[in-house]
Write a protein of this length. Sequence first.
Length: 243
Amino acid sequence: MPRMRLDKLLSHLNCGSRKEVQAMIRTGRVTVDGAAETDPAAKVDPDTACVALDGQVQRYRAQRYYMLNKPAGVITASRDERHETVLDLFPAGERRGLFAVGRLDKDTEGLLIVTDDGALSHALMSPARHVSKVYEAVVEGELARDAAERFQKGLALRDGTECLPARLEILSEGAETRVRVTLREGKYHQVKRMVAAVGGTVVQLRRVQLGGLLLDPNLPAGAFRELTGEELELLRQPGVSLG
Ligand code: URA
């Protein structure tokens, strides 16, 4: 779709008359892709721009964005003959056009975005964009003393595959070790394989963050809800840095 004036788009979206939306824009209540835009004549692409008024994303097309707390035991696929899939957790009437952004293993729990927005999915999964992903894991076995440094330098997996620098934080030690792992890429079984490379075995894995978006702690496993406008904007921003 051709680019159009921001004030025209907002009035088409029933946010107010042309005059009213111009005042809203000038007073800083409108953001485009997460940044304040105070020029009513700014040109935006209604198909791809994330335009928000007072933090609420104004949808030009009625696209759907859900946060799912994936339970263990379901596979990240749209349809499967033998296994329950993440889409089976949605009512049949809502599934059409939806897909999961990225993939979690069958036994991994936690944050999964389910949407019908292919452009957002592509942007989040693009290897060039390095969107960060944060996992919490329960680990058995003894981790190498220099495990965190090796993660930070970018370690090689047992098969020789090189990983980008990542962060390993030990949350607690004892009968079981709890760790937090922050990655900027998404190789197959990456957390399990990185932990294995430093001597541990992941026995439980949960994703808690994707880019700037946190898993809602009040969302039970197996449940989903729509993303708020603010959450959608967080997803459109670059990932958190490894610090
Ligand atoms: N790393 C893994 O090992 N498994 C996942 O599901 C996600 C990241």
